[in-house]
Design a protein around this ligand. Structure first.
Ligand SMILES: NC(=O)c1ccc[n+]([C@@H]2O[C@H](COP(=O)([O-])OP(=O)(O)OC[C@H]3O[C@@H](n4cnc5c(N)ncnc54)[C@H](O)[C@@H]3O)[C@@H](O)[C@H]2O)c1
Ligand SMILES: [Zn+2]
Length: 367
């Protein structure tokens, strides 16, 4: 078991990473004295897999438990689902001291965190991430949100959990597509901050895909440590520090938007293509210090089964979509570009000519 402390003054909390932790969820929570009545937000698939363990764990600790079900997939991050949850929680919350548990992937984590921030102007919540993406990324740092009709994640809050319990055993039931999705973010951490993590993935791909516990614990631990240190320096995303987590995301999001979130590309697929496109911009701009590093990135992305290029997407649509990136201000664009494995920088005013060439390069011409 490994513990990482996220130091954010009175909002500090632990990330606990290990094997078979779910059975002790009740004990961990009891120690934090969050309340007497847990409301676990989850979906049917996850309830079937892990509901009984959660129930038993809370019963042993003398905490009452109630499950609140939400739809599977991004559909759960909606105003309607959130309103329904708030109403059901308030009807249940009579003579109780309730707190929330987010038991699921990033969708459930984002929704539950936002509900926790809003109900009674804030009640405690705990993240129990069940996907690799949620363990290494979304469960840490307190960004919570739902989607509005105009855009994803448009309504939300920065509201920190009281604990993140990352039980890597829960990832065993994850489809390989979801494992790859999270792995794209792990590669991203290697690229932005940690050459040793990058080399570890290169050397241990097979172990990761068969979910060797020591390998999984290591990648979740290193990734969580990096996310922690970035969040500690820029909790509210105001200092241009948290922005580096967006490496691969400007053009990645543009691919997702340009393919109208059709599901053709997972977020991880899009981020993989976006990381390579940012590397292409960096190469064309003379920012890259070590060209073999970019070759290693391409090789790693490909050998993890992630795509190198996008098919059936128009360059013009990617161009238009990236103009809406939150990092861009006025006429100035802003990109996170790699200099070498383990080092990225924030660059403004990438010339349109270079950007257009790199976007053209993102597209699989055979499609
Ligand atoms: N808050 C943040 O900082 C942040 C960061 C990155 C992404 N996000 C958000 O995270 C969301 C994506 O999260 P995700 O990739 O975890 O997707 P997800 O939550 O939709 O989970 C993916 C699928 O896996 C299933 N699943 C979850 N755990 C499982 C398990 N252990 N075994 C079997 N199946 C399981 C889910 O039911 C779902 O069908 C997006 O909404 C994105 O906006 C938030
Ligand atoms: Zn991401």
């Amino acid at each position: 078991m490994r513990k990482i402390r996220v130091r954010l003054k009175d909002r500090s909390y632990d990330i606990i990473i290990g094997r078979g932790l779910l059975k002790s969820l009740g004990l961990f929570v009891k120690k934090l004295e969050l309340g007497t009545d847990a409301i676990v937000v989850t979906n049917a698939r996850i309830l079937r897999l892990y509901g009984n363990d959660v129930k038993r764990s809370f019963r042993k600790s003398g905490i009452t438990v109630r499950f609140e079900m939400v739809p599977d997939s991004e559909k759960a991050k909606s105003v309607g689902v959130m309103a329904g949850l708030l109403n059901r929680i308030s009807r249940y919350d009579k003579n109780k001291k309730v707190f929330l548990i987010a038991l699921g992937g990033g969708v459930i984590g984002d929704l539950t965190g936002f509900v926790a921030s809003a109900y009674k102007r804030g009640i405690p919540y705990v993240q129990v991430p069940t996907t690799l993406l949620a363990q290494v990324d979304s469960a840490i740092g307190g960004k919570t949100a739902i989607d509005l009709s105009c855009a994803k994640n448009l309504a939300g809050a920065i509201y920190q959990p009281k604990l993140v319990l990352s039980d890597i055993t829960l990832l065993k039931s994850l489809p390989e597509r979801e494992l790859r999705n999270g792995l794209a973010e792990v590669i991203k951490y290697g690229m932005i901050r940690d050459g040793a993590l990058f080399s570890f993935i290169e050397k241990n791909k097979e172990k990761i895909f068969r979910q060797d516990p020591a390998a999984m614990e290591y990648i979740v631990f290193r990734s969580s440590t990096i996310k922690r240190s970035v969040v500690e320096k820029d909790e509210f995303d105001k200092e241009d520090v948290r922005a580096i987590l967006n490496y691969g995301h400007t053009l990645g999001h543009a691919i997702e938007a340009a393919s109208a979130y059709s599901g053709r590309y997972t977020h991880g697929d899009a981020v993989a293509i976006g990381m390579l496109a940012a590397a292409d911009i960096a190469l064309r701009s003379g920012i890259v210090r070590n060209i073999p590093d970019i070759i290693r990135l391409r090789r790693l992305v490909s050998s993890c089964g992630l795509p190198l290029k996008a098919s059936k997407v128009r360059a013009a649509a990617i161009w238009t979509a990236q103009l809406h990136d939150k990092k861009h201000t006025g006429r100035k664009n802003k990109f996170i570009l790699p200099m070498a494995i383990g080092k990225v920088g924030i660059f403004e005013c990438v010339p349109d000519k270079i950007l257009k060439l790199s976007i053209a390069e993102m597209i699989d011409k055979r499609s």
